[in-house]
Design a protein around this ligand. Structure first.
Ligand code: C2E
Ligand code: CA
Ligand code: CA
Ligand code: CA
Length: 280
């Protein structure tokens, strides 16, 4: 028994070591990845449920590692946060969005909008960063509304005036704000009153069993009613089936995003969706 105990112990330490080594490797390689443009921005369609058209897209980062293949943002975003590379990544995503949004607005949909995810740490960083983004949008002849910033509930828990100032700054510039993963955080609803937000994104955990779970349905319907009364629009995340989409549509949900419509894909491929839509 003693023997197997020790084996188990060394098994766990070696697993921990492997995890730590993997993390160290990714940390040091992430810098190179940015420099060598191994990071790629994919776009996922956000569809208006009333018209069925693709009105928006969410930008989602991917790491195409030369040896390890595609690495999920779930794995490297936390690393980027802890080694201070997250704002660099965010700026890269913004640059890519800027490049495409101009084209897509002029060719396909004049109101088209791209959503960009912002980590809490990133959101709280430099105060002039978003002003710089706005400047770049304007230089390209684009309004603030061309982009939307996605933040999470955790950020709003911290009731600091800095955060509400920053949100105010964004809104003054016309940039919209979405509250991501809504319902999974600490959900103190008072922040909906305190902070100016444009969209609630209902987390995919509420959507997954929408057709079978009555409480998920009740919660989703309630979120939609509440959001509308507060003047916010609602995006449902992780919509995978037609029945989910129909239920959301009947409940008055404004937008939907999920594999039912399109997976995240490279910009060139996403553009083909917009092209196709224009022909129909
Ligand atoms: P998120 O912001 O909640 O993004 C939605 C995630 O759900 C994406 O995962 C997307 O691919 C996935 N998804 C979309 N539709 C469906 C569906 O129908 N079914 C299922 N099962 N999943 C669906 P992804 O791309 O792996 O991104 C994971 C998370 O990484 C994001 O969650 C976001 O928190 C973070 N992330 C991605 N890109 C960035 C970025 O540029 N900056 C920052 N700070 N975070 C990012
Ligand atoms: Ca998001
Ligand atoms: Ca989300
Ligand atoms: Ca999420």
């Amino acid at each position: 028994a003693k023997e197997s105990g020790r084996n188990r112990f060394s098994y766990f330490t070696s697993q921990l070591q492997t995890a730590a080594l993997a993390r160290m490797r990714l940390t040091s390689e992430l810098r190179t990845a940015i420099a060598e443009q191994q990071l790629e921005v994919h776009f996922q369609a956000i569809v208006s449920l009333a018209s069925g058209t693709i009105d928006k897209a969410e930008a989602l980062i991917r790491w195409q590692h030369p040896q390890l293949g595609m690495i999920s943002p779930v794995e490297f975003i936390p690393i980027a946060e802890s080694c201070g590379l997250i704002t660099q990544i965010g700026d890269y995503v913004f640059q890519q969005a800027l490049l495409w949004i101009k084209k897509w607005r002029s060719r396909y949909q004049s109101q088209f909008q791209i959503s960009i995810n912002q980590s809490p740490m990133e959101f709280q960083s430099d105060t002039t960063r978003y002003l710089n983004w706005v400047q770049q949008l304007h230089q390209q002849g684009l309004p603030g509304q061309a982009i939307c910033i996605e933040i999470t509930e955790g950020l709003l828990l911290d009731a600091s005036t800095k955060i509400s100032q920053k949100l105010g700054q964004l809104r003054d510039a016309g940039i919209q704000v979405a509250l991501d993963d809504f319902g999974t955080g600490y959900s103190s609803l008072s922040y909906l009153k305190k902070f100016k937000i444009d969209y609630l994104k209902i987390d995919q955990s509420f959507i997954r069993n929408l057709s079978s779970d009555e409480s998920d349905l009740a919660l989703s319907e309630a979120i939609i009613v509440m959001a509308h009364k507060l003047g916010l629009k609602v995006v449902a995340e992780g919509v995978e089936s037609a029945s989910q989409s129909e239920i959301l549509s009947a409940a008055g949900c404004d937008f939907a995003q999920g594999y039912l419509f399109a997976k995240p894909m490279p910009a060139e491929q996403f553009e083909m969706l917009l092209q196709q839509q224009q022909k129909n």
